[in-house]
Design a binder for this molecule. Structure first.
Ligand SMILES: [Fe+2]
Length: 237
């Protein structure tokens, strides 16, 4: 996979702010993960800590403070790299209250990274997506291929796209990291032109190692195209 990442790639999904979710635990982790990712060709990082009520109780203040801390630690280590924080929001009632009452942390402009539980979609999913867009946001759904409950019901993906979701594929889905069924769904979404962007979703070293695995696709062009789409999020020109 790593060989398909261009030199100027912008990653829009990762868990690199240490100690605030299930990603990097220490600054050493942050450093090791970002340095490996830089070696793969990633030039800009938009890192996205989880915001999940009762699980990862993050908010804008916590994330911004940790972002400042990490950037200052990078500077102390003579590392200068474009690094900013947004968030990965779990779509639930708490999220609805958030976007109705305060500004969300966005990837860029009004593009917001959202996820669902891996067990089921929220009952009010389409209401949330509608209200989110009324509030002025563009939902980028993280790793649609990982929601197993949609695998036997591919039409749901079409419905989500029609409801305004952009799709962010996890690059490790197409090396088989999350299993065969996720791989096949990822492949089908790519072949159908339904993927908009890619993300690394790097949490830890195992993810870095998996980037050395081969992509099992005959036609790499749809993948290359969506990887190139990530340039949309560039802050440097
Ligand atoms: Fe994530």
């Amino acid at each position: 996979m790593k060989d398909l990442i261009p030199e100027n790639h912008i990653d829009i999904h990762s868990h690199l702010l240490f100690g605030i979710d299930d990603g990097a635990k220490t600054f050493e982790d942050t450093l090791a993960l970002t340095s490996a990712m830089t070696d793969f060709g990633i030039k800009e990082f938009i890192t996205t800590p989880h915001i999940i009520q009762h699980v990862w109780e993050n908010n804008t203040a916590i994330i911004s403070a940790k972002e400042d801390e990490v950037i200052s630690l990078f500077q102390q280590n003579n590392i200068s790299l474009p690094f900013k924080a947004a968030a990965e929001y779990l779509m639930d009632d708490h999220f609805v209250k958030l976007f109705q009452n305060e500004n969300l942390l966005c990837l860029k402009d009004n593009y917001v990274l959202v996820e669902m539980s891996y067990i089921n979609a929220p009952i009010q999913l389409y209401d949330i997506l509608f209200d989110l867009q009324v509030a002025g946001y563009k939902p980028v759904l993280a790793h649609p291929e990982r929601y197993l409950f949609y695998h036997k019901n591919f039409g749901e993906y079409t419905k989500l796209k029609k409801a305004g979701c952009l799709f962010q594929l996890n690059m490790l889905s197409i090396v088989g990291y999350y299993g065969e069924s996720v791989f096949l769904t990822a492949k089908k979404l790519l072949e159908n032109g339904m993927i908009d962007y890619v993300g690394s979703d790097v949490h830890h070293q195992k993810h870095i190692e998996a980037f050395h695995h081969k992509v099992d696709l005959k036609d790499l062009n749809p993948l290359k195209e969506v990887i190139a789409n990530n340039q949309f999020f560039a802050t440097l020109k």
